[in-house]
Design a binder for this molecule. Structure first.
Ligand code: DGI
Ligand code: FE
Ligand code: FE
Length: 199
């Protein structure tokens, strides 16, 4: 199957698994991922596949999400089951990509798996999809314009602003923070500081 055929097959299947609004968000993440991939030199075809699938499990019943995670081995999901259910769809989505759509490319699977929390040492593709999820055209949260502006120059600076915002909003809502989210934020900050020291 060539890339175009895979894209239309995945799109048809993913659209059926979510409400119209979430599908519109997904299409926004697809176009934004392709354009970030072009700007920053990531693989545009891999970015497109990961973006189409990134929220595929978002509207699965939570029990189905949990089963997918357990099936992979809970350690693969890095303790996500002990945290907020909002985090599960990223791990369940990577499971679906592999088991239900036969995607074997680890880079694509990881871009899906880490699209919500990120992780320390994110790959270029992971950064592209994660950032696109924050700034796709349909997103409208306080600070999104600043992140869009930063994204014109630096994936890391844009993502740091995005994760800072997520962490602040979780603190305000008195929610627990998934440790990977904190590792991601610290790692982005270190990368930026190290780069500034070189300049
Ligand atoms: O699936 P989307 O809505 O497109 O975006 P997403 O995959 O980034 O998910 C965002 C949700 O995940 C949002 O409700 C906040 C939540 N979230 C992200 N990081 C953490 C988190 N929730 C907790 N409890 N802890 C986190 O570290
Ligand atoms: Fe998501
Ligand atoms: Fe999303």
């Amino acid at each position: 199957m060539n890339h175009k055929e895979l894209v239309s097959r995945l799109m048809a299947s993913v659209e059926r698994q979510m409400p119209a609004k979430r599908w519109k968000h997904t299409l926004g993440v697809v176009s934004c991922s392709k354009s970030l991939a072009a700007s920053f030199g990531a693989d545009a075809e891999k970015a497109e596949i990961a973006a189409i699938l990134h929220d595929v499990a978002k509207f699965w019943p939570v029990e189905r999400q949990r089963e997918a995670i357990l099936h992979e081995g809970a350690e693969v999901a890095l303790g996500a089951l002990d945290y907020d259910k909002d985090l599960w769809h990223a791990h369940a989505g990577a499971y679906a990509a592999k088991r239900e759509y036969g995607i074997e490319d680890t880079e694509i699977l990881d871009a899906i798996r880490y699209h919500t929390s990120g992780r320390a040492g994110m790959t270029l593709l992971e950064k592209v999809v994660c950032l696109a999820d924050y700034i796709e055209p349909g997103r409208d949260f306080p600070g999104v314009e600043d992140i869009r502006r930063l994204a014109e120059k630096s994936l890391e600076k844009a993502l740091l602003a995005a994760f800072d915002g997520t962490i602040v909003s979780l603190l305000r809502k008195r929610k627990r923070i998934y440790p990977l989210t904190v590792y991601t934020r610290n790692d982005l900050l270190e990368t930026i500081i190290a780069r500034e020291a070189e300049e």
